[in-house]
Design a protein around this ligand. Structure first.
Ligand SMILES: [Zn+2]
Ligand SMILES: [Zn+2]
Length: 244
């Protein structure tokens, strides 16, 4: 059969799905652009606060901040600590427009979520990205949280609503404000485009990095006051407590 390409032919290489690992440049036959070694070397977040996913030294504990003020969101699903190389990958995706890196991280987050859906986590009705201030959106030209939400939505077959939450103010200047003023500032920064869409909905907020959790808390608060029944947060990475 002369029409049969030999086994080293491009079509077989393509069928074997050989990719180049985006971290070490080695070839991998994994279904994502990351080799098994690099994947296992990522800073997987194991021990974390059971409310806000703050990295802790033991699991199933609640951190001091959540004990003092219980956040309005219900559950945080986050695969990694904001640590090398995740921090570098997120930065390159976010500030240098390296989409393949963002796509890779989104695929891995989707895998983590699918795993949890198969186990114990209820899939949300809709994915809602944290909006970017319009000034920043103009500067950057894209909202990385919306890109993540759309990639996750297509992988997990979940609807995405990019327009539900609107940022009404430019990034509020948080510096120099006390905790109470900061909270008011954040609360006033967002509104819902169609509040009726939220009633009885289970919503998952999508962001790249969860830092203090105060934005997610303010948004969950807004959604719950409008009648959302559950608000979860899905993000790529969680920063440790400053100094940890
Ligand atoms: Zn690798
Ligand atoms: Zn906590």
């Amino acid at each position: 059969m002369h029409c049969q390409p030999h086994s080293g032919h491009q079509v077989y290489i393509w069928l074997k799905n050989v990719q180049t690992c985006l971290l070490c440049d080695e070839q991998t036959d994994s279904d994502i652009a990351l080799c098994t070694q690099c994947e296992s070397d990522l800073p997987w977040l194991i021990d974390q606060c059971d409310r806000c996913a703050l990295p802790m030294s033991m699991t199933d504990l609640t951190c001091m901040q959540c004990l003092r003020h219980s956040p309005a969101f219900d559950e945080v699903i986050v695969p990694w600590r904001y640590d090398f190389p995740i921090d570098a990958l997120v930065t390159r995706f976010k500030h240098q427009g390296r989409w393949p890196l963002g796509r890779l991280l989104a695929d891995l987050l989707a895998r983590t979520l699918q795993h949890r859906f198969d186990e114990d986590l209820t899939p949300p009705d809709v994915l809602v990205p944290v909006p970017l201030a319009s000034k920043r959106l103009r500067q950057r030209g894209y909202n990385q949280a919306a890109m993540l939400a759309n990639w996750l939505g297509s992988q997990l077959r979940l609807p995405v609503d990019e327009r539900l939450i609107k940022r009404t103010k430019e990034t509020p200047a948080q510096q120099g404000l006390n905790a109470k003023a900061r909270k008011r500032n954040l609360r006033d920064a967002f509104t819902l485009a169609t509040p009726s869409k939220v009633i009885d909905q289970h919503i998952a907020l999508i962001d790249d990095v969860l830092t203090t959790g105060s934005t997610a808390d303010a948004l969950a608060n807004l959604l719950k006051r409008a009648g959302a029944k559950k608000v979860d947060v899905y993000c790529l990475a969680r920063t440790p407590k400053p100094g940890d």
